[in-house]
Design a protein around this ligand. Structure first.
Ligand SMILES: C[S@@+](CC[C@H](N)C(=O)[O-])C[C@H]1O[C@@H](n2cnc3c(N)ncnc32)[C@H](O)[C@@H]1O
Length: 251
């Protein structure tokens, strides 16, 4: 399959969703409660914001100013529109940007937030690269794919391997956090509701429509099948893998 065909199908599917990865408002707020209160004048950088579901939740739950970046302009535009509709445009600046190449001066942010997107740069690499952007004593909050048990079903392991997924145990993540110059403030596992309600349920409905509109287009249907397979794996193995939410402080 050509890369452009893959990405056009992928974005058609994921642009239709309320959020582009597993997560929910309750978990965003739970992670926020592990931080000192974020008042007016505090600065958050939300990396890989997608259409901005967690950006909006952060803006509602704090008084901080938020710079939200994503490399897909349609997500950025959607967040700009939504922030304006909600009267939050004065505190949310959404802009196109590449998480691998961030040009903000050192110490620009009190908090860096990244839900479901650090896998793109890589967990350990992201921790290292973004550390300089955090003000001394500031925090980094990420959610990332983790093994939740030591026994790992072979088909699940094969799927992640074929996907090139950056998956590791929670304990390995905690070690990376300390090794990369952070203090772990706390962590928890995203509840199953965060996978289903805002992500897999709308994704399954979108895939059903996509299959109808792309009937006969085998390449597009292959992209849909890959996402369907992922949903099946989570339905089968919800206790084996999940998203760890990690709240850490720049040491
Ligand atoms: C799994 S989604 C998570 C989106 C959002 N945080 C959420 O939880 O709904 C990953 C996001 O990272 C964005 N992305 C991919 N590569 C990127 C890059 N190099 N720099 C910035 N964003 C990127 C994608 O466009 C997508 O919106």
């Amino acid at each position: 399959m050509s890369a452009s065909k893959f990405w056009s199908s992928f974005y058609e599917i994921y642009e239709a969703l309320p959020r582009q990865g597993p997560g929910d408002r309750q978990s965003t707020e739970r992670a926020l409660r592990l931080l000192p209160p974020l008042a007016r004048g505090h600065r958050i950088l939300d990396i890989g914001c997608g259409a901005g579901a967690q950006t909006i939740d952060l803006a509602r739950a704090t008084e901080a100013s938020i710079v939200a970046i994503d490399n897909h302009q349609p997500f950025v535009s959607r967040l700009q529109t939504r922030a304006a509709e909600l009267g939050l445009a004065d505190r949310i600046t959404a802009q196109a940007g590449d998480m691998n190449d961030l040009h903000f001066p050192d110490g620009s942010f009190d908090v860096i937030w990244c839900e479901g997107a650090i896998f793109i740069i890589g967990f350990a690499k992201g921790l290292t690269a973004w550390r300089r952007l955090i003000a001394p004593g500031g925090h980094l909050v990420v959610s990332e794919l983790c093994w939740l048990r030591a026994d790992r079903p072979a088909d699940l392991e094969a799927f992640f391997k074929a996907e090139g997924a950056d998956i590791a145990g929670m304990a390995d993540r905690r070690k990376d956090i300390v090794d990369r110059g952070y203090r772990l403030v706390g962590d928890f596992v995203l509840p199953a509701v965060g996978w289903w309600d805002n992500y897999y349920v709308p994704l399954a409905a979108t895939l059903e429509r996509f299959r109808v509109t792309h009937a006969g287009d085998q390449e597009a249907l292959d992209v849909a099948a890959r996402s369907e397979h992922e949903i099946d794996l989570y339905r089968t193995y919800p206790e084996h893998f999940g998203y760890g939410f990690f709240v850490m402080q720049r040491a």
